[in-house]
Structures are given as structure tokens and as C-alpha cells.
Design a protein around this ligand. Sequence first.
Ligand SMILES: Cc1ncc(COP(=O)(O)O)c(C=O)c1O
Length: 469
Amino acid sequence: MSDANKLTSKEVVDITRSTNYGTWRFQRNWNPLHIVDAKDCTIVDGAGKEYLDFSSQLMCTNLGHKNPAVVASIAAQAEQLAYAMPGYATTARAELSKLLLEVLPAGLNKFFFTTSGTDANEAAFKIARMFTGKSKIIARYRSYHGSTSGSIAATGDPRRWPMEPIGGKQHGVIFAPETNCYRCPIRHTYPACGIACADYLEHMIRNESDVAAVLVEPIVGTNGVIVPPDEYMPKLRRICDETGVLLIADEVMAGWGRTGEWFAMDHWNVTPDILTTAKGITSAYVPLGLCATSAKIGAFFEDHYFAHGHTYEAHPMTLAPAVATIHEMQRLGLVERAAELAPYVERKLQELKAKHPSIGDVRGKGLFWAVELVKNRATREPFNDYTDKIAGKPLVVDQIAGKCMADGVIIQAWVSHFVIAPPLIVTLAEIDRGIDTLERYLAIADALVEADVEPLVELATTSSATSDS
Ligand SMILES: Cc1ncc(COP(=O)(O)O)c(C=O)c1O
């Protein structure tokens, strides 16, 4: 196309805005940024302005942008074999399956490929129900598992509400309190609680009939980068084993080195019966999801009908870039890098907390951190809650994220916290720039803090039970 016919940036935005839906929002104030290029941790808009991608887009571009090996793998696969129906074997499929056996928690060795995180979860629910012959899934309130019918029904956060009762009730999902040591839903305090949230979950299983599986984000993502205490996951594994209920770990966001291990479950050496993932599996260059199951579940389907499939299951164009992504992560040592950079990020964020009364908590692992804002550190009351979010009210975190963006740093904000999750190739200078930019605008929140805050000095030494140390 000649330059004369090329769309201007304004036209691109106007056409997109008027003809497409903006996700999870009121449409009226959607003003999408026109992105034209991206390399490593930097993205470029239509006016040539550069931005630091400090949350890896949607916590997914773990390798950074335009990794040459992954880009080349997409071109090579397109030339070789752009599509094959799921009933066929392909080289990309076999190569990826072999690599998955290397990197997934040991014991997960039978795979179903999807094209997103939500349909990886849909597959997990169907597999769990077919395998157990039971129907209920116990999920947790502070969670997000995807937007399609089953996954949104299993989502604890209010993105589920517009879909109820269709989504919530028909799919046999019930909700347990999450583990959240900063804001415990059952008002206990770690470690004196003895992980009462897991005991409550066991109580639910034992008092319900027909429970097929418990579904957890091992480290809750969008809903606050909530890291459970170390005892939680082994205890949950034991409860599931004793009650004959499957454990499903949704690692769509927490997987692929993000937390300093290949998978978050590796932090506790716990293997779930089913692990779902997506996002970082191809560094989000192409849409791929995975539902990985144990050998026991795999064996069951040798003689039982596997009632699931998609036209795009095991699509070669999605699998080849996953092979390249894993090779690149291994070559660059990115899982180790995320673990090595964690103390640096934690120290910087704790310093931020010491200076800014609006920060209630910082927590995370690897290169996956939340900075949570509160009106009042003593009461831990946030500036905004979910009802503000779904009512489309202006949020304090959005105001700050908007200022950061104007200064060339993109940080994801969600209700009352920021998610710090840069690509795993991020440099120290980029970490400094991202956190310094956030700091510049925290004054907006500090000014709204209620007067009766606890003294800063005392709080600076108080780290959440869920933080990495
Ligand atoms: C933990 C978790 N599960 C599932 C999903 C859904 O994945 P997708 O958007 O690829 O459908 C997400 C998306 O953010 C997620 O964070």
C-alpha cells in the first residue's frame, strides 16, 4: 500500500474504537493507544513515543518483544506446515511435548493444547468431571480463570457477576475463601491461623457431595499477586488426596518463569493433577494454551471417550513458537534471572513503602509483584473496591497509571494495586526507571491518605507474610 493510502494514527484509533469492543470496560471512555512496534521491554506508539512495558502487557510477554528466535520459528513453521488437523501428529507437536516433560512439574505428562488460558481451563473442568464422574468445582473468591462460560463461572472476582446466574449456577462451581494474609477473608492471622483457609476448604469438601476438583491460582495474579504461605499448597495437596478430589493449578499467569521457578507450584514441590497455562508459553507471540494432566488421568482415557476438541487444537503455528520460547528461556537462563532479580525488586518496593503512606503492602515472587494502595494503613481500607471498578468510577490506581503512561511507563493497575511484572529480560536500569516513575505519582494517593495513619518508621519494617524474603 502506498503511503498516501496508509491510515493515520488517529484513523487507526478511531476505526478501532468505533468498530471494536474494548474489553472489560464501559466503551465510552475507551481510547486505545496505537502501537506500531515493540522490541525487548519497549513498545512504540504511532507518534514514535517509546514506553517501558513494565507489566509485560498482560503479564505475558515474558521474553520481551521481537525475540528473533521466536519470530523466526513462526516464519519457518508457516513455510513448512501452517495447519494440520488435531488428529495428526506433527514435528512441532512432538518437540513441544518432549520439552514440556522437561519443564513442567514432574508427573504431568499428557497434554491437550488450546488457544487461550480460558479454554485450557474449560478443558481442565471437562477432564476433571469425566475422570471423577463428579461435577462440582471448588474455586476461590479472589481469582480469575477466564471469560468463557465455564471459566467465568469459576472466576471469583466480580467479572463473573454479569454472567450470573447462567455462568455461576449451571456450572456447579462453589467458592471457598482465598488465602490472603494481608486481608484474610476469615480474619485470621498468619502463622497463628495454622492455615485455617485450607481447613475451611477441607470442611467444604467434606460437607458437599459430588466435588470433582479444587481450582487454584497458586499465586493469584490479576487479583493482587497473592502469594500463599509456604504451608498452604502442601496442605491442600494432602486434603485433595485424602478426599479423592483433584487439584487443578491455573498457571496461566504465574507460569513460565514469572515467579522465579518454571511454575509457581515448583516453589512448594507440589504437583497438581491438572495444570493449565497459556500467556508466557509462547511469550504471547501466538495464542496457545495448555492443559497438562497426570499419567493417571491420561491412562483413564485409554478406555474412556475423551469428549473434547477444537479445530485449532495442537495448531502447528502455535506449537513451534512455544518450542522456540522454551529454548530461548533456557539459553538466556530467564527462570534463574527472575529469581535473582527478585531481592532487588523487593528491596526497591519496600523502600517505596517506607516513604509512601498510601502503600499498604508489597508482595510477590520472582518478577511478579503487587503494590497495594490503601487509604489507611491501620484499617487497610483501599481507595477503591470492585464495586467502583464495575461501576466505571475513576480509580486512584488508574489515575496514577495514566500519569506513568504519559511519562512513558506502562504499568497494569487493578482496583487498588499495581502489578509489577516486566519481561524477564528486564535490565536493572529499566527496573529503576519503572519504579521511579511509579514513585513520582504516588503523591496523588499519599495526598488522599486519611490522617490517622500509623507512623511510617514502624511500618517500614513490617513486611507482609506473603512477601519473598
Ligand atoms: C490465572 C488466569 N487464568 C486464566 C486466564 C484467562 O486466560 P486468557 O485470557 O488467555 O483466556 C487469565 C488471564 O489473565 C489468568 O490470569
